[in-house]
Design a protein around this ligand. Structure first.
Ligand SMILES: Cc1cc2nc3c(=O)[nH]c(=O)nc-3n(C[C@H](O)[C@H](O)[C@H](O)COP(=O)(O)OP(=O)(O)OC[C@H]3O[C@@H](n4cnc5c(N)ncnc54)[C@H](O)[C@@H]3O)c2cc1C
Ligand code: SF4
Length: 449
């Protein structure tokens, strides 16, 4: 079987393609592209196109040998398996109020990109921007100015391919790139394999990544608000306004629809992407700089936008240190364990939940990525919790459930979902947190493919 056939049959056909775009970047120029589908971007190849073996090796959809990648990229396995290899963790935000306000949490990624650009360390930044080419879509774009970087600030919660941009990079230019975890892992493998264009990416930055939504989530949201089909959306912001922000959709007829972030989370069980369910990497472990929301009662009470800022390489630690020194970032070091306590639920969802979900898929004869790692400890009670979670996602993803959702007013489902979520979190917390603090991931042999 050719590499193209293997990718299309086992990864795309198996429903585990993450839409990263790496395979398209490795195809002869003009012979492959990423196309939009209800499941996010998917690769499409011209007839007879031949891909190198590398396209299969780096594909994060089929899985990544994490242990080998940690060793190859960082020279060691992580000492802290929840956070990955890292230099230092801080909490903080941009020192410039307009950048902090523009960002999803504290504007740290955008400000760091601006710093790298303006200090001449890179020639351009590769970012993802909502509203390109239409308000409901989002694309990877190359930003060459501060304004272009700021125009792409904020999180985009629908799947967007990024690595297919590699063939469009200018020779000899240096780039910083924002990637999600699957994309960062694929990019690092390309770099390690000596892919010259991938090596032009000098800095990889990325958000902590919990869940993303299929694009149909927005269609459902619009229908639930009774927006007629002919009233076109003119803009969409996932996290408008004051941190943690709210979904804001404007339409041609002048309607402004908003939903608090904690309320539109009710879309997750109905529209969560398969990539969100299968990935074991929450803190974006192969970036130089990983940034998440600093969820804690202290910061939530303060308001204004706060981030967890994790550096993973010496060169990025030097950049962030310099930015802190110059008051471009206002940040203070924080103990790794303290920072992880802000994300205990999602860390468990990824490290143990994804492992169980991938095992369940395989047991049911479905394709699932293999990362060559097994979480330890993994008590039986944790399996039981995952059966409930997986059942809810299974039911939520059906057409009937999504249709019912359209008819339930958000004023009821939003607070109700939030209440149920908090109850479930409280109930399942003892099981989910048990052994999490000391969790290790044990490398296990991966079957040769
Ligand atoms: C899908 C997704 C899920 C997330 N889940 C969590 C979570 O569960 N918990 C948590 O603490 N944080 C999560 N985050 C991260 C959080 O939303 C912020 O992105 C992060 O705190 C950085 O904030 P910032 O203000 O520094 O970033 P900004 O200054 O706003 O910069 C964000 C940068 O990321 C780029 N970007 C946005 N979306 C994407 C995308 N889909 N793919 C590639 N690049 C993108 C933008 O172009 C921009 O350059 C998630 C982010 C995403 C995209
Ligand atoms: S996960 Fe990435 S490399 Fe694999 S098939 Fe999908 S787009 Fe291609």
């Amino acid at each position: 079987m050719s590499i193209v056939e293997k990718l299309l049959r086992e990864v795309v056909g198996g429903g585990i393609c993450t839409g990263c775009g790496a395979c398209v970047a490795l195809a002869p120029v003009g012979h492959a592209r990423m196309t939009d589908s209800p499941l996010g971007p998917r690769p499409e190849f011209a007839a007879g196109v031949v891909l190198p073996d590398l396209a299969w090796q780096v594909c994060p959809g089929k899985g990544v040998d994490y242990a080998a990648l940690y060793r190859a990229h960082f020279g060691q396995l992580p000492e802290n398996w929840l956070l990955g290899c890292h230099r230092r963790v801080r909490t903080g935000h941009s020192g410039f109020e307009e950048i902090r306000q523009a960002g999803a949490s504290g504007g740290v990624i955008s400000h760091t990109l601006i710093y790298l650009l303006e200090s001449g360390l890179v020639d351009a930044a590769i970012v993802v921007r909502q509203g390109v080419p239409t308000p409901l879509q989002a694309r990877v774009v190359i930003a060459r100015t501060r304004d272009e970087i700021l125009a792409a600030a904020q999180s985009v919660y629908i799947p967007v391919s990024t690595l297919d941009i590699l063939p469009r990079l200018e020779p000899h230019q240096r780039y910083a790139m924002v990637c999600l975890p699957d994309q960062a892992a694929a990019l690092r493998q390309l770099q390690l394999a000596g892919h010259a264009v991938a090596q032009q990416i000098k800095f990889v930055l990325g958000p902590y990544t919990g869940t993303a939504l299929y694009p149909a989530a927005i269609t459902c949201f619009l229908r639930s608000r009774r927006v007629p089909k002919d009233d076109a959306v003119t803009s969409l912001k996932w996290r408008a306004g004051e941190w943690p922000g709210y979904l804001e959709i404007r339409t041609a007829a002048g309607r402004v629809l908003t939903s608090k972030k904690i309320y539109y989370n009710f879309l997750i069980p109905f529209f969560v992407t398969q990539n969100s369910l299968q990935s074991m990497d929450f803190t974006n472990e192969f970036c130089d700089l990983s940034v998440g929301d600093a969820w804690s009662p202290r910061f939530e009470a303060l308001g204004g936008g706060h981030s967890v800022i994790t550096t993973r390489t010496q060169v990025m630690e030097a950049v962030i240190n310099e930015m802190c020194h110059d008051k471009l970032l206002l940040a203070e070091p924080v103990d790794a364990a303290e920072s992880l306590a802000m994300h205990g639920h999602m860390l468990d969802f990824k490290k143990r939940g994804s492992y169980i979900r991938n095992r369940l898929r395989r047991a049911l004869g479905r394709a699932a990525p293999d990362y060559g790692l097994r979480p330890d400890p993994l008590p039986k009670a944790r399996w039981a919790v995952e059966f409930v979670v997986s059942f809810l996602f299974l039911v939520g993803g059906t057409r009937v459930a999504r249709k019912i959702l359209e008819w339930l007013p958000e004023s009821i489902i939003g607070p109700l979902f939030n209440r149920l979520r908090l109850l479930w979190k409280g109930w399942s917390k003892p099981v989910k947190r048990k052994g999490l603090g000391t969790l290790t991931m044990v490398p296990v042999a991966r079957p040769a493919k």
